[in-house]
Design a protein around this ligand. Structure first.
Ligand code: FES
Length: 630
């Protein structure tokens, strides 16, 4: 056992406490899940731990920690794991409280189902390969290609080496019957002895910043046979895209490290889905991948650094095809990995897949798609014109930068209700567990309820003089108490503070001002919008009425709002099942007109007006106006 020991509680994990390293760094290297929204920069205040013993072996509490924690908390041993550096050898025991855990996040797999013309890029042929003769000793490959051309497959340009190596044995067994898998009518990617026509599968994966969702598709029948999902293993290196890109920029090995993590995790998903469907990974012949531009670039091992620097260029916009073995993806080694095209630095292949899944590009009526995340992608338009932008809505909807915020994991308060007569708080938590924090949809509900009950005004200010229960002022900061100490998992109360409300105002203003800029570009008004699609996890769990009350999206009737779940995953499946959809994805990526909000002269103004609840111009929200007047 090392003399210098870091013991992480409650699991009792014993790690080597290397002098010079921060607790967060050691924990992350060991795969311990501690929230680190700002990637260890000491800004987000989410990596809270409690030092139980051995504080003398750690650096003194920093200035930033003294502002994050009250004197009482400092006395109790609270530290930020990213700021607590081991300065001397010794044994340190640290507790990682439940609110600092990234936790078991609810993973969204299902998405809108859109039917496609079934035309996968891989096809199997059963051919009979004749014997060579002394009179005509033609090569195995020539005879195999002859048989393929009899079946109409005449455009073969090459044979993948791994498939080539299997030919001599395959054509001489299985009664000379051979199953040949051809990719895009031009490459032989697999040769198997006998009739294996029904064993043809593909895998579609959506690589999100937070989570991954994968789907195993039977490419013979066109059906999804299994799904698997997991958290993105890159989270310990930063919870948002920018933190991950800065990790890659700072560390020369960062890109290969993050790429290796994501490939390993996708291989796990493929294995898991195959196991469930009684399929072997070798029977998977193609993978389609979508993700935001940074995730896309990192997956393919493409340096994403310039994506984060103005004017935010992508390295590659069009689609990409790579051999599975070159990426280390564990399917048939000659199988193809197809990355859908991206649109811009902050509007990626996931947005292209969202558009495919919602079919906005083919609609006669104007539709809007909002995929809410740390960066929210918005697309507005119809078959004639589509415009898109990305707004820095920040991580507040993911529960970050919120005092008691957490992601939508077990114990997160996800629904809030304020009784109009008694002002008592009602709430629901994920998995009905004891509350351990509040997630994005819970905070949005809380703000909307406070506005409806006039606990806050349109500037978001909490009214402290009304003498309402559940409103208190701590250290001069007003807050709404959602759950008291006796109700919560940690024994600490869960609150929504004045500053949390501010964070939600800024986040929703970023989205609404982005929408306003796009609508102005298209010269349309709220009345022209026939449909609003909400995509992604937050967009699925947020209450649409609460989101409208706070002014997150234009005031359309709720019947026009449609939740499309993991539409990006659906789009990835569509591209897996249909070459036509793949071509459409290419057209979409070229057609969508990207608007850089920072370059729009009115954006700042739009943003300021949108920070009000629901908006400075209440006439834009007639239904909310009526509600408030009632
Ligand atoms: S404050 Fe430590 S990770 Fe953000």
């Amino acid at each position: 056992m090392p003399k210098s020991l870091l013991i992480l509680q409650p699991e009792g994990k014993r790690l080597k406490a290397t002098v010079g390293k921060a607790i967060l760094e050691i924990a992350q290297e060991a795969g311990v899940d501690i929230q680190s929204v700002c990637a260890g920069k000491g800004i987000c205040g989410k990596c809270r731990v409690i030092v139980r013993t051995g504080s003398e072996f750690l650096s003194q509490a920093s200035k930033v920690e003294r502002t994050v924690f009250s004197d009482d908390e400092v006395k109790k041993g609270y530290r930020l794991a990213c700021r607590a550096i081991i300065v001397k050898s010794g044994t340190i025991t640290v507790e990682v409280p439940s609110e600092s855990r990234a936790g078991l996040q609810r993973l969204l797999v299902s998405g809108v189902e859109t039917s496609v013309e079934f035309e996968p890029s891989v096809r199997k042929y059963l051919v009979e390969v004749g014997r060579p003769t002394l009179m005509e000793p033609r090569s195995d490959v020539d005879r195999l290609l002859d048989s393929l051309s009899v079946q109409g497959e005449r455009r073969i340009e090459r044979i993948c080496l791994d498939a080539l190596r299997r030919i001599p044995h395959a054509v001489r067994s299985g009664e000379r019957k051979v199953t040949v898998t051809v990719w895009e009518n031009k490459e032989v990617i697999s040769v198997e002895a006998g009739d294996k026509q029904t064993k043809l599968y593909g895998f579609a994966v959506d690589v999100g910043t937070t989570k991954l969702a994968g789907y195993l598709v039977d490419l013979d029948l066109g059906t999804t046979v299994a799904a698997a999902s997991s958290m993105n293993p890159q989270i310990p290196y930063g919870e948002d895209v920018i933190s991950r890109i800065s990790f890659v920029m700072k560390d020369p090995k960062g890109l290969s490290q993050l790429q290796a993590l994501i490939i390993k995790e996708i291989n796990k998903l493929i294995f898991e889905a195959c196991k469930r469907a009684h399929v072997t990974p070798g029977q998977v012949h193609e993978v389609t991948v979508v993700g935001n531009t940074a995730m896309h670039h990192i997956f393919f091992g493409i340096y994403p650094g310039y994506v984060a620097l103005a004017p935010y260029p992508t390295v590659l916009r069009s689609s990409i095809d790579v051999k599975a073995k070159d990426l280390g993806i564990d399917i048939n080694p000659c199988g193809n990995v197809h990355g859908l095209p991206v649109i811009a630095g902050f509007v990626g292949a996931d947005a292209v897949a969202d558009i495919l899944a919602t079919q906005m590009h083919a609609s006669d009526d104007v539709a809007m798609m909002i995929d809410i995340g740390t960066n929210t992608e918005i697309v507005v338009g119809d078959r004639n014109k589509l415009t898109a932008c990305s707004c820095a809505s920040g991580p507040a909807f993911e529960g970050a930068h919120i005092k008691n915020g957490m992601r939508a994991a077990t114990g997160a308060i996800e629904r809030v209700y304020i009784d109009p007569d008694t002002f008592k708080i009602g709430y629901e938590t994920v998995d009905n567990a004891k509350p351990s924090g509040v997630c994005g949809s819970g905070v949005v509900d809380a703000v909307a309820e406070m506005l409806k009950r006039r606990v806050i005004d349109s500037s978001g200010k909490i009214k402290t003089k009304l003498g309402l229960p559940n409103i208190s002022v701590k250290n001069g900061i007003p807050e709404l108490v959602l759950a008291g100490p006796s109700e919560t998992a940690s024994g600490h109360e869960i609150v929504v503070t004045q500053e949390d409300i501010r964070q939600i105002q800024l986040a929703k203003a970023a989205i609404f001002s982005g929408i306003s800029v796009l609508m102005r570009q298209l010269e349309i008004t709220t009345r022209d919008i026939s449909k609003i699609f909400f995509a992604g996890a937050f967009g699925t769990y947020v209450d649409p009425q609460s989101a409208r009350v706070i002014g997150m999206y234009p005031d359309v009737p709720l019947s026009r709002v449609q939740f499309v779940g993991n539409a990006a995953g659906s789009g990835a499946r569509m591209a897996l099942m249909s070459l036509k959809m793949r071509r459409k994805a290419g057209e979409i990526s070229e057609k969508v007109h990207y608007i850089e909000l920072g370059a729009d002269a009115n954006f700042q103004n739009e943003f300021l007006n949108a920070t009000f609840l629901p908006h400075k111009n209440l006439e834009l929200f007639p239904s909310v106006k009526r509600l408030l007047e009632d």
